[in-house]
Design a binder for this molecule. Structure first.
Ligand SMILES: [Zn+2]
Length: 90
């Protein structure tokens, strides 16, 4: 059975993603736009960059992770990860 997969690259948000074999029993994917490899379980849900930016903006204004999680219905860990990766200003 073959299912058509539509996966967005977490790095460049391209949908030109192909399966790239397995690593430690996990399916890995390769982005044909930026050539980065990633696991699917890191990108279960897709959020547009505008949502990420809005979440981070509100976080910088003093919202807590829990409040943002409830407001946007996004897991706390996901928000925490965004803040870590997108909030670098150095
Ligand atoms: Zn990519």
């Amino acid at each position: 059975m073959r299912k058509k997969i539509e996966i967005t690259c977490p790095h460049c948000l391209s949908t030109k993603v192909i399966k790239n074999g397995k690593s430690n029993g996990k399916q890995t994917y390769l982005c044909k736009s930026c050539y980065s490899r990633f696991f699917l379980d890191r990108i279960k849900k897709r959020y547009p960059l505008s949502t990420k930016k809005e979440v981070i903006r509100l976080y910088n204004e003093g919202y807590t992770l829990t409040e943002l999680s409830r407001k946007f219905e996004i897991k706390v860990q996901t928000i925490h990860y965004w803040i870590k990766t997108l909030n670098r200003k150095k």
